[in-house]
Design a protein around this ligand. Sequence first.
Ligand code: PPS
Length: 403
Amino acid sequence: MRVWFCCRVKVKISTISFTAFITVCLLLLAVNFHTSSKVIQHQEDSEVHSLQRKELSSWHSPRLCTPKTNVMFLKTHKTASCTILNLLYRFGEKHNLTFALAKGYHFDYPKFFNSRSVQGFSEQSGQHYNMMCSHMRFNRPEVQKVMPADTFYISILRHPVSLAESSFNYFNFLAPAFKHSASFEDFIANPWKYYVPDLLFNHLARNMLWFDLGFDHNANFSLQFAQSVVAEIQQSFHFILLADYFDQSMVLLRDALCWSLDDVVTFRHNARTNAKPKCLSPAQEEQLKKWNALDWYLYQSFNTTFWKKVERFGKLRMDKEVAILQARREELQNLCLLKGGKPPEVKPSLGQGVERCQTGHVTMMTYTLNSNLSISDKELCSRMIREEYEYTDLMRKKQFPKT
Ligand SMILES: Nc1ncnc2c1ncn2[C@@H]1O[C@H](COP(=O)(O)OS(=O)(=O)O)[C@@H](OP(=O)(O)O)[C@H]1O
């Protein structure tokens, strides 16, 4: 009896010690995940990673990967790029990262990017930056001079039909082809009547994405040529987001960068208040796809890649994470914005604030913060609504306090 009792006590003691040992180990592990950056290396699409994914039941779980802090974003035009810019600046500010900044607000666009247009950069210094995200015409060898070798390259595309409509609205004062046409419908019906291939800024009227990615937007379409360009883009960029599936893009981006939920929650920036897309007929849509044949091919290719990624990620998991993202956005909108951001305050586009991101003569959405925010909430909310120029100036002041 005594022996049995002793045994039971021993068994109990060893069970308790074992349990305590395991608990301490788990706690240490959890603390380690939270505090140490030396966590298991993120290996996208590897089996290890998919096993880890299964264990991550919630977005608030510690991530089993190392957050990426070197990111190059090719900011294409009229593709929700100001919204992405906002999240990159926020992340950079939070983690004290350096930005390769243009001397103004873009890298001598529409010229090809040259490393000389980065403020304070010289090739001799061997200096590198964490992030780069202002408008440019992509030029990989020059970008590589400025960014570290392990940089994660991203960009964003948008369906050429809605892109053309957005571009016509914003850039009809800038692109000669748009300027001279009586209406968008008129332009769609007779693009060659108004389009002179080599006129400055006419790229905004034809294959604008192709141009921003550094290719000849006036080239004749051939399958072989288009395929070779897509292959080159795939070599240069780790992930191409789609503005038309913005939330799904954010979920995939967060996963690829190993960032937190709040890092990828954004308010919509740079949106028109008159953003109701024009109702185009199927024939007009086809004409636009034909006119922008290179961009249309580009979009279709990366749309296919995108949905393959979603499949690998898991469609159910995607739906779940999109829902969490949207709920968090709504929560932040209600916290930060007057009337939860709806309806937006309307300002003419050529004044101060949001419209400085713009160059067109359109009415822009701008946000007003709730007046009763705590100091920390006000800081958070101000960051979320801060626009491109204001944020760029702020980062410039941080990096170049004397200028
Ligand atoms: N989150 C999200 N999802 C989908 N679409 C979005 C989002 N954020 C911005 N937008 C739309 O993107 C258009 C502005 O694009 P950019 O910021 O790239 O413009 S710019 O080139 O920097 O001027 C502009 O499109 P239009 O309103 O159709 O012109 C914005 O409404």
